[in-house]
Write a protein that binds this ligand. Structure first.
Ligand code: DGJ
Length: 328
């Protein structure tokens, strides 16, 4: 009897110690700080999106590095297995304006989807001219996650204007594009089976918002967006719905409005499902319009559930990818 108790106690101590050691080992995610990559350079993945492929997270974003050729636009790709330490893979797309497009190319908010049937990685981005009048999406494809991506085409999704875009893959694997249609609001649309085009509108949310991001949690959809204030921060808001098609609730603040979302603008919500719990990470950009290369990132675990969503005050935090637990 005594031996059995001692064995159980030893096992319990072992697991407690293992979880304590793992917690102590977890790297800090520090909102607003310089995030050095494996080369010691600040991560350049602004307006970005994340694709989890295998056990690795790939972060794609705008490379606004100071030493880059200003005549072209660059999409970077970084890889991580813990969401805190990022290895620079490459600039996976370097683009100049296509012929007859206009002098200046604007490429913003790249997002990559993996299409299992075709085994292609499909990148969407906001593609525009310097006056933001083209208002289209660009599509580029690759056979491997870290590129190179080949530019394929640009178009207005379902003939609508499209500026900021967001990506969303539902629990059933269906892929959606969220895009801002300036005259009307923002739209959620399903991609075609091969992801190469935008096939069907699911919903128009008649709210003038950009930086659209979506997550599906416990049977409820939560959408986040920011107001249209250029590079300046504003109070980001959220709404909920039982179905992507709506009806959507009224929009509410995600943080104390006087903080202007602590200076951030939404780009993605990442759901991390662990053995104990699920963490939804708010991923936002802290833009520095005059020194874009120094723009920072505000990633924080959201307080989310039962139709409520709240961004806690930013502070350093850790994430246990195994259990899904976050601590700050
Ligand atoms: C806000 C958008 O969210 C950004 O992606 C960028 O397009 C700026 N506006 C440009 O002013």
């Amino acid at each position: 009897m005594k031996t059995r108790f001692a064995r159980r106690l030893a096992i319990a101590c072992f697991f407690a110690a293992a979880s304590f050691l793992r917690a102590a080992d977890l790297p800090l995610i520090q909102p607003g700080a310089v995030w050095p990559d494996d080369r010691g350079q600040h991560v350049q993945a602004h307006g970005g999106g994340i694709l989890k492929f295998g056990d690795t997270f790939y972060w794609f974003g705008e490379d606004r590095g100071q030493n880059l050729d200003r005549g072209s636009c660059h999409v970077s790709c970084y890889a991580s297995t813990n969401l805190a330490d990022w290895k620079f893979c490459a600039d996976v797309l370097n683009m100049v304006a296509p012929t007859n497009f206009g002098r200046r190319l604007v490429l913003e908010r790249p997002k990559v989807f993996y299409n299992a049937p075709t085994k292609k990685f499909v990148m969407y981005f906001h593609m525009d001219d310097g006056r933001y009048k083209v208002a289209s999406v660009g599509v580029a494809v690759s056979d491997s996650v870290a590129g190179d991506y080949q530019f394929l085409k640009y178009f207005r999704p379902l003939d609508h204007e499209s500026r900021d875009i967001g990506q969303f893959v539902d629990d059933d694997g269906t892929a959606y594009l969220i895009f801002e249609d300036r005259p009307f609001g923002f739209r959620i649309a399903k991609l075609s089976d091969d992801y190469l085009t935008v096939e069907k509108e699911i919903c128009l949310i008649p709210q003038h918002m950009e930086g659209g991001a979506l997550v599906h949690l416990n049977g409820l959809y939560y959408v986040i967006g920011s107001a249209l204030t250029g590079w300046n921060p504003n109070p980001n808001k959220y709404a909920t719905a039982k179905s992507l098609a709506g009806p959507w609730s009224e929009f509410k603040d995600i943080a104390p409005p006087e903080t202007n979302t602590y200076g951030a603008q939404s780009t993605l919500m990442l759901k991390v499902v662990g053995t104990k719990t699920t963490t939804v990470i708010f991923m936002g950009d802290l833009w520095k319009p005059r020194t874009q290369w120094d723009s920072r990132y505000l990633w924080m675990p959201l307080q989310i559930g039962d139709g409520k969503l709240w961004l806690p005050e930013p502070k350093p935090w850790t994430l246990d990818l195994q259990t899904g637990e976050s601590k700050f």
